[in-house]
Write a protein that binds this ligand. Structure first.
Ligand code: ADP
Length: 397
């Protein structure tokens, strides 16, 4: 079975074609700058890379180009689009309706539309990808895999905000959580690696990348997570502020005369470690700047580590028993210094890293805790695309 996984952002589209007989990636690629000047498609097949610059006005054209690239006589990997058996789509917000991935029909599309106000940048792009795939491959199953669905197992005390109850009942205002596909993948992999049945596994999963979230997983299910109604909440991120005193929002509007849109831009695009450091949203740049004596870069790193650490410690108390703390995402997988800084202070819970293993670049997937650590600590590279492909195969069959 061949499955195409599509992840549409507002101006980009990432894709991977899987041969699910052996879960092998046949081709993967990226369409960038959709609707803006300089749009291009890049495709990788094994070590071979191929790039094409051409006008790509919208997601429809982007999807057509992906199919053309996959079937290209010279650079492609299949001879006909119909070799693709199903398409899996990453969808950011599935609200309370979707506790699992689902085969897409008109009702599913309507529900994804309904949640646009909660995810105004992502859900419309995800829908465009779905519609383009339906048009390009009529009759083939399309599956939606939601960032939110893994977190639908959270109990009410963990997803409710202490706002008037009617706001939840009438408008669905609550914590939803994101990165669910990644936290779920890591949970399943941790169960395998630690040889614990997944329904008995308790972990604290730290997905740390451009966007970061921490999830407490109880008996294999999401119990609480740091992101909220939107992916702006929780720990500070590359350019997102994470949790702040909510009164700051009205202060910016009433005292500084900012519009709602300006406040939104400040909190989503101008904050986080980039806003604090004034250097970059990239943790490698921050580390370099800090080594050169940039105090604001070091402050940004310290703030990030402290907020992740306190989230992990708080979630440990919520779980009672913790089998492992896991790290994934660009920072979680590569930032040995970040892992070390986060775990410093968690000695109070008996956490102890083996720094010689933590510092090794390879293998990426590894246990980094010391043998006498009370809680195991693992680095588990995430694979959201494979998770989407697996769900798509399960539902399309
Ligand atoms: P996204 O959330 O967009 O999927 P990633 O998970 O790819 O992002 O994470 C990207 C981030 O990972 C980069 O911004 C960078 O800060 C961080 N990163 C990558 N390599 C390293 C490294 N060696 N050390 C620390 N951070 C790293």
């Amino acid at each position: 079975m061949k499955i195409l996984v599509i992840n549409c952002g507002s101006s980009s589209l990432k894709y991977q074609l899987f041969d699910m007989d052996n879960e092998e990636v046949m081709a993967k690629g990226l369409v960038e700058r959709i609707g803006i000047e300089g749009s291009r498609l890049e495709q990788e097949v094994g070590d071979a890379e191929w790039a094409q610059e051409t006008a790509i006005p919208d997601h429809n054209k982007a999807v057509q180009l992906v199919f053309a690239a996959l079937t290209d006589a010279e650079h492609g990997v299949i001879s006909d689009m119909n070799e693709i058996d199903a398409v899996g789509h990453r969808v950011v917000h599935g609200g309370e309706k979707f506790t699992d991935s689902i085969l897409i029909d008109d009702a599913v599309i309507a529900a994804i539309e309904q949640y646009i106000p909660f995810s105004p940048l992502h859900n419309p792009a995800n829908l465009q990808g779905i519609k383009a795939a339906q048009e390009a491959l009529p009759g083939k199953p399309n599956v939606a895999v939601f960032d939110t669905s893994f977190h639908q197992s959270m109990p009410a005390e963990n997803y409710m905000y202490a706002l008037p109850y009617e706001l939840y009942k009438e408008h669905g205002i609550r914590r939803y959580g994101f990165h669910g596909t990644s936290h779920h993948f890591v949970t399943l992999r941790a169960a395998e690696l630690m040889d614990i049945p997944v329904d008995q596994l308790n972990i604290i999963s730290c997905h740390l990348g451009n966007g970061s979230s921490v999830t407490a997983v109880k008996n294999g299910k999401s119990y609480i997570t740091s992101m909220g109604q939107t992916p702006l909440a929780g720990v500070p991120m590359g350019t997102r502020c994470g949790d702040i005193d909510p009164a700051i929002v009205t202060f910016l509007q009433n005292q500084l005369g900012k519009s709602a849109k300006e406040v939104d831009t400040i909190m989503n695009k101008e904050s986080g470690v980039a806003g604090i450091s004034g250097v970059s949203s990239d943790f490698r740049d921050l580390e370099n700047a800090s080594k050169d004596g940039n105090e604001r870069a070091q402050l940004a790193l310290d703030m990030f580590h402290a907020r992740v650490r306190e989230t992990v410690a708080g979630y440990a108390a919520d779980l009672g028993h913790v089998d492992a703390i896991t790290f994934t995402g660009g920072i979680g997988e590569n930032g040995a210094g970040d892992r070390s800084a986060i775990c410093k202070g968690l000695e109070i819970m008996g956490v102890k890293l083996d720094e010689s293993i933590n510092g090794q670049r390879k293998p990426k997937e590894k246990k980094i805790s010391a043998e006498d650590s009370a809680i195991q600590v693992w680095v588990i590279p995430t694979n959201e695309e494979l998770m989407i492909a697996r769900d798509t195969m399960r539902l399309a069959k």
